[in-house]
Design a protein around this ligand. Structure first.
Ligand code: DCP
Length: 242
């Protein structure tokens, strides 16, 4: 079972189906419990593919992904996914009420707990302003939320579960500045105590990470803390200056 949330990638190679060129090539790194590893790279570099191997949305073609020393393929899938919080750009909401969407990982959560999580995620206000509040339907026949609103629902969902591992896409969608800073505060609260894999396109969002991986065409082009990379990595300095 997952306790501490140490994540290890051990020479992981990943291909989509029978594709010749791997999306990820010989990736090795460790995320220590409670620490944040940021994955920086341009579009198509393989960031989403890399993090998707942790909750087993896909499986590595070669090599091993381990959590607390155990190959993820040997961990019960429900247990694995119940310990991982996902807050991604395209947050996965389903057809159902807002309430159901927030309590997805914790079906037993009370209305009070749901509202508390929504408040912490800066989502309560817009939910309360909808005609049916928490009972508003999302999805095909229901209301469409903006990207920023979906993200906050996903944050509320993750806050309710209190996962050991957090997978976070830092790129905040178009929201006003005040909302953005409140979302950042909610994310910081969510990250406390979690091992976090942070997908990032901008250097400003990775500078505080414990460890940074610069991904280029599926390979780790540079790795280290911000200070280390500034000292030793031309690639990182180039990204920093651009
Ligand atoms: N890819 C694929 N089939 C999929 C998803 C991706 O063949 N179902 C390919 C397209 C890219 C490569 O995998 O060449 C890496 O894609 P990622 O989404 O992992 O890359 P990023 O997350 O880095 O890109 P972005 O920042 O645009 O999300």
């Amino acid at each position: 079972v997952i306790r501490e949330g140490r994540i290890e990638f051990d020479r992981v190679t990943f291909r989509f189906g029978a594709a010749e060129v791997p999306v990820l090539h010989h990736i090795s790194f460790t995320a220590e419990p409670g620490k944040t590893v940021a994955i920086l790279g341009s579009t198509g570099a393989g960031k989403s593919s890399l993090v998707s191997l942790v909750p087993r949305l896909y499986d590595a073609t070669e090599g091993q992904v381990r959590i607390d020393g155990v190959d993820v393929r040997d961990i019960d899938l429900d247990h694995l996914r119940s310990r991982i919080g996902l807050v991604l750009q395209e947050s996965v909401l389903f057809t159902g009420t807002i309430r159901d969407n927030i309590r997805y990982g914790r079906p037993d959560a009370s209305d009070e707990e749901i509202e508390q999580a929504a408040r912490a995620a800066q989502a309560h206000e817009f939910i309360a302003n909808m005609p049916e509040g928490y009972d508003t339907m999302l999805g095909q026949r229901g209301v469409n939320l903006s990207g920023g609103q979906k993200q906050r629902i996903a944050i509320a969902r993750a806050l309710l579960v209190r996962p050991v591992i957090l997978i976070l896409d830092d790129s905040t969608s178009a929201v006003d500045l005040g909302t953005e800073s409140r979302i950042r505060a909610a994310l910081a609260e969510l990250m406390r105590g979690c091992t976090t894999l942070l997908i990032a396109q901008r250097i400003t969002s990775v500078m505080d990470a414990d460890h940074i991986l610069v991904l280029e065409e599926g390979k780790i082009a540079a790795a280290g803390s911000h200070a280390e990379l500034m000292r030793h990595s031309d690639i990182y300095r180039d990204i920093y200056r651009s």
